[in-house]
Design a protein around this ligand. Structure first.
Ligand SMILES: Cc1cc2nc3c(=O)[nH]c(=O)nc-3n(C[C@H](O)[C@H](O)[C@H](O)COP(=O)(O)OP(=O)(O)OC[C@H]3O[C@@H](n4cnc5c(N)ncnc54)[C@H](O)[C@@H]3O)c2cc1C
Length: 446
């Protein structure tokens, strides 16, 4: 078969070995984790340095070829996989972590560094990274910046936006912007780092990031708490907030917990089922266990981890949800956030809405009112998704809490953004990417 001439242009930049066109090699880059999104790529290109990224993007700009940036491909909204034979720009080879600066408590990491590799590098210096979540072995710094990833410790450390001190990125014309000094004070105009965090690969390709670190806290206390209802979980959160050491409050419901037990072979954690469960973790320089136990003194039941194996088991009840649901089928995933006061009634309302139309599993990050809605065997997925997202908007929530809008929810962005905000976003997009070559169809619908 004749070789696509543009592929030869890319190969001249990154070397033959790093331009993949053989379907046997490209498959893993063309379908996402959910198995709902993806398609064939024109080519997968794997640059090995920021300079090569800039040269690839410049070549695409010159030829008018659209690009889909991709990190670990753990995204859940179809934003990192091709839809119309775009070039997939894989950043995974930008995998170096520079020297940790213990005084500034910062580090510069390449876009392709995985969260787990970042954690290993900074923990060896007795520091830690604030953002953490289950996809840590594959999710990359670039993808986390691009999606403004959140995860399990947002209540203490914020999302990626709070943890990113600066970024280096290649813009759609191949030019490079770089803010890696990590200055805590720098009021020299528009916050381009803030703009690139959450851009979902539509405004620029992140090549490196300057990241804020936090002290590594050696003492942890973890408990799985059983409660009669989600309303009582929200009440418990109010008491938990009095703990300075509180780091994590994740909620689960009985259906999801049973599915996880079946999938993992773990025993049911409590002798009888309860209405809701909260996984709580506190961390400090000295043991936060007594303080945690005093807040939990009046809950109906709780399991408290006494060692690392226990802790891992309690975490698995929560972290295996995504994997267990994926093993049960191809799920429609809607990651939403609602005001905490509205959370229990919202979930009840959703159960009524979905009954008989899909099998639903809900879990999420309690403190942010962040609900991961998973719908299996949905009759009419698009209609049901829209109905759910309209209920979110009706209670003043967000149709995308932490996974991004991607291709999955672009058509519904107007439920969470006013016409004036959408117009401002489109103006930014056309100023930075006038030909619309960066991730077309993602975030802003065509
Ligand atoms: C089991 C599991 C648990 C998860 N838990 C959470 C969670 O708790 N919290 C959470 O926020 N997310 C979670 N996610 C979703 C996902 O891991 C995050 O969205 C993550 O940030 C994606 O990183 P990635 O490197 O895999 O990006 P990809 O999936 O490769 O890409 C995601 C998006 O970012 C863009 N992108 C990727 N790299 C770059 C770059 N260098 N420059 C510009 N754009 C880029 C892509 O174009 C795409 O739009 C979970 C996913 C799984 C599978």
């Amino acid at each position: 078969m004749e070789r696509d001439l543009f592929v030869s242009v890319l190969a001249a930049v990154v070397g033959d070995a790093h331009v993949l066109t053989d379907p046997g090699m490209t498959g893993g880059y063309e379908t996402d984790f959910t198995r709902r999104f993806g398609g064939p790529a024109r080519a997968v290109v794997r640059p090995g340095s920021p300079e090569e990224v800039a040269a690839v993007v410049a070549a695409c700009a010159e030829a008018g070829v659209p690009i889909v940036p991709q990190g670990g491909n753990t995204g859940l909204v179809g934003g990192g996989v091709p839809r119309n034979r775009e070039v997939v720009l894989s950043l995974r080879r930008l995998a170096s972590v520079e020297r940790v600066d213990p005084v500034a408590q910062q580090v510069t990491a390449g876009a392709g560094v995985t969260l787990a590799a970042l954690q290993r590098a900074v923990r060896s210096e007795r520091l830690d990274f604030g953002v953490d979540f289950a996809a840590r072995d594959a999710a990359t710094v670039g993808g986390m910046i691009a999606t403004n990833a959140g995860g399990e410790r947002v209540l203490r450390y914020g999302t990626m936006r709070a943890c990113a001190a600066g970024v280096e990125a290649v813009l759609a014309d191949g030019s490079v912007i770089s803010q890696l000094a990590g200055l805590p004070k720098d009021n020299t105009g528009y916050d381009l780092t803030g703009l690139l965090v959450g851009n979902e690969g539509t405004l620029g390709v992140v090549t490196r990031a300057r990241l804020r670190l936090v002290p590594l806290l050696p003492a942890r206390a973890t408990a799985l708490v059983a409660l009669p209802s989600l309303a009582s979980a929200v009440e418990l959160l109010a008491s938990l907030r009095s703990l300075r050491s509180l780091e994590m409050a994740e909620f689960m419901l009985p259906a999801g917990l049973s599915l996880v037990c079946r999938h993992t072979g773990l025993p049911a954690p409590f002798a009888a089922p309860y209405g809701a469960y909260v996984l709580v973790e506190c961390a400090d320089s000295t043991s936060p266990l007594d303080a945690l136990l005093s807040v939990l003194s009046s809950v109906p039941d709780a399991l408290v981890a006494v060692d690392a194996a226990d802790r891992q088991r309690l975490w698995t009840y929560r972290e295996a949800h995504t994997e267990a649901i994926s093993a049960a089928g191809v799920a429609v995933k809607l990651d939403v956030a609602v005001p905490l006061g509205a959370l229990p009634a919202f979930v009840e309302d959703l159960e009524g809405l979905v009954a008989g139309r899909a099998v639903m599993y809900l879990f999420g990050h309690l403190a942010e009112g962040n609900v991961h809605v998973n719908l299996l065997a949905a009759e009419s997925p698009s209609e049901l998704s829209e109905a759910v997202l309209r209920r979110v908007a009706a209670v003043g929530g967000s149709i995308s809490a932490e996974h991004g809008v991607g291709a999955a929810k672009a058509r519904w962005l107007g439920l969470s953004r006013s016409p004036a905000s959408l117009a401002a976003m489109r103006a930014i997009k056309s100023a930075l990417d006038p030909s619309g070559l960066l991730n077309p169809g993602v975030l802003l619908a065509d």
